[in-house]
Design a protein around this ligand. Structure first.
Ligand SMILES: Cc1cc2nc3c(=O)[nH]c(=O)nc-3n(C[C@H](O)[C@H](O)[C@H](O)COP(=O)(O)OP(=O)(O)OC[C@H]3O[C@@H](n4cnc5c(N)ncnc54)[C@H](O)[C@@H]3O)c2cc1C
Length: 415
C-alpha cells in the first residue's frame, strides 16, 4: 500500500479537535507523533509534501554517526555512540551495512592529526583499525597521513519512510499529506492551527478547515521560523545553507567502500542506499550559500534555489587525496536546505533544540542535528511535557556506551 492510499482522506472536513498536532512529517515529526500517540493523545500529523520523510530526512548523507565525526566535541561523540546503538537496534531493517567505512586523516589543513584521532577514538572507545595496505595505497601519501577502518553504517531513507508510515497507521495517528500548517493562534480553548491544502505542492494552495489542539509541535526543520513568523512569535536563531550532494557511481577501486577525510575542508563518499548510488559531498563545495533567518524573513522555497552542480569541483579536489576519485561518474544532485544552530559551527557540537514558544505556550519547536539525535529530543520533550525540571542532556561516558545492548561487537577490520 502506498502512502497516498494509506492516508487517503486525511483532511478533516469539519473543524476538529486533537490532543496534539505535529507540524512536519519528517523523521522527527513522525517519531514524535508516535510518542504522543503512545501517551494516549489523538494526534494529527500534517506534512506539506506529498509524502512523509521526503525532505531533509531523505536528502542527506545517510550516515548513522558513530562518534568519529566530532573529534573536537567529546560530548557529541559519546552521545552519537549511544544513539548509534539505539538507532541500529531499533531500525536494523532500515540500515545498510554491506560496505566498509574508511576515515583518512589529511596532513595539511586538518584540525586533528592521525595521532590525535587515534587517541580520541580510544577515549570514546570507538572501534578503529589501520586500513589494509591495498586500501591505504589508494590514497596519496603526501596528502594523507593515515587511513583507518571504522564501524559506521548508512540508513536507507526509503525503507525508513515505509517503516514510519506503517507505524503511524498502526498506531492510529491521523496523517494529512500535502497539507501545510500556516499559523498557530492561542485561544481560551487551546490552539487553533490554520491549514492549507496544496495541490501540485507547493504551487496551488486552498484553505482547509482549521484544527484545534491542546499541543502543537513545530518539527519543520528548515521552515521552523516560517511557522513562528506567521504566528507572530519570536523566531529562533538559525542558520540555513543551500546544500548540494552529488549522487555518483563510485570508482571501481572503491566498490563496497565509504570514505571520509578528516577534519577540515575535505570530502566524503557515502553509500546512498535509497537510490543504489553514493553521495559525494565536500565541506567547501556542498554548501552553495547560507543565510540567517530574521524576523519577517520571506519564505524561501527550495525549488527556487537549486543552482548548477559543483560535482566537478568536489571530484577534482577529492582526487588530490584519493586519485581513483577521478573516475567517479556523476548521476544527479540532491539539493536541500540544511539548518543548524549557529553554535554548532563554533565548537563542532550538534546541540538539539526544544523551545516552548513564549507567545503560544502550547507550541513547542524542535530541531535536531542528526537523524538519531531524535532520541535526545524525545527525552527532552518527555521531561517538558511531564513538567520535570529542565535538565541538561546527561553527559554520557564510555561506560554508558558499553552498557547498551550491542548491535555488533566485531571490531572494525574483521567484517
Ligand atoms: C545535506 C545534509 C546532509 C545531512 N547528513 C546527515 C547525515 O549523514 N546523518 C545524519 O544523521 N543527519 C544528517 N543530516 C541532518 C538530518 O537530515 C536532519 O537532522 C533530519 O533529517 C531532520 O529531520 P526533520 O524531521 O527535523 O526534518 P525534515 O525531514 O526536513 O522534516 C521537516 C518536514 O516538515 C515539513 N514542513 C515544513 N513546513 C511545514 C508546514 N508549514 N506544514 C506542514 N509541513 C511542513 C517539510 O516538508 C518536511 O517534510 C543532514 C542534513 C542535510 C541537509
Amino acid at each position: 500500500m502506498n502512502e497516498t492510499t494509506r492516508f487517503s482522506s486525511p483532511i478533516p472536513t469539519t473543524s476538529s479537535s486533537y490532543g496534539a498536532i505535529v507540524i512536519g512529517g519528517g523523521f522527527y515529526g513522525a517519531r514524535l507523533a508516535l510518542m504522543l500517540r503512545r501517551r494516549g493523545l489523538r494526534v494529527l500529523l500534517v506534512e506539506r509534501e506529498a509524502s512523509l520523510l521526503s525532505r531533509a530526512s531523505a536528502r542527506n548523507q545517510a550516515r548513522v554517526h558513530n562518534g568519529y565525526h566530532y573529534p573536537r566535541s567529546i560530548l557529541t561523540s559519546l552521545r552519537s555512540r549511544l544513539n548509534y546503538r539505539r538507532f541500529l537496534n531499533e531500525y536494523s531493517d532500515c540500515v545498510h551495512r554491506s560496505f566498509t567505512h574508511y576515515y583518512a586523516v589529511a596532513r595539511g589543513m586538518s584540525k586533528v592529526t592521525a595521532g590525535q584521532f587515534v587517541e580520541f577514538c580510544r577515549r570514546i572507545e570507538a572501534p578503529l583499525a589501520a586500513a589494509p595496505s591495498r586500501v591505504a595505497k589508494l590514497f596519496d601519501g603526501s596528502r594523507i597521513e593515515a587511513v583507518f577502518e571504522v564501524e559506521e553504517c548508512a540508513f536507507d531513507a526509503a525503507a525508513l519512510r515505509v517503516r514510519m508510515a506503517r507505524e503511524l497507521q498502526n498506531a492510529g495517528v491521523e496523517v494529512s499529506l500535502s497539507t501545510e500548517a500556516v499559523a498557530v493562534a492561542t485561544t481560551p480553548s487551546g490552539l487553533v492551527v490554520g491549514l492549507n491544502t496544496l495541490a501540485a505542492p507547493p504551487v496551488f494552495r486552498s484553505a482547509a478547515p482549521p484544527v484545534h489542539a491542546a499541543l502543537a509541535l513545530n518539527c519543520t526543520y528548515s521552515r521552523l521560523n516560517h511557522v513562528l513568523n506567521a504566528s507572530k512569535a519570536e523566531p529562533i536563531p538559525a542558520k540555513h545553507e543551500l546544500t548540494e550532494l552529488a549522487l555518483v557511481e563510485p570508482p571501481d577501486a572503491l566498490d563496497g567502500a565509504a570514505v571520509t577525510v578528516m577534519d577540515g575542508p575535505f570530502f566524503s563518499l557515502m553509500p546512498y542506499p535509497s537510490r543504489g548510488l553514493h553521495t559525494l559531498s565536500h565541506v567547501r563545495y556542498t554548501p552553495h550559500f547560507s543565510w540567517n533567518d530574521k524576523p519577517d524573513s520571506p519564505v524561501v522555497e527550495l525549488r527556487t534555489l537549486a543552482g548548477s552542480s559543483r560535482f566537478d569541483h568536489m571530484m577534482r579536489d577529492a582526487a588530490r587525496y584519493l586519485p581513483a576519485m577521478r573516475t567517479t561518474r556523476y548521476a544527479d544532485s540532491i539539493w536541500e536546505i540544511k539548518t543548524v544552530m549557529p553554535r554548532s559551527e563554533k565548537d563542532d557540537s550538534r546541540p538539539i533544540l526544544l523551545r516552548r514558544c513564549a507567545e503560544h505556550p502550547a507550541l513547542i519547536t524542535v530541531l535536531g542535528a542528526k537523524i538519531d539525535s531524535v532520541y535526545d529530543v524525545e527525552d527532552a520533550l518527555l521531561a517538558e511535557l511531564d513538567q520535570r525540571p529542565a535538565r541538561r542532556v546527561p553527559r554520557p561516558t564510555p561506560t554508558d556506551v558499553r552498557r547498551l545492548p550491542d548491535f555488533d561487537r566485531r571490531p572494525a577490520g574483521r567484517r
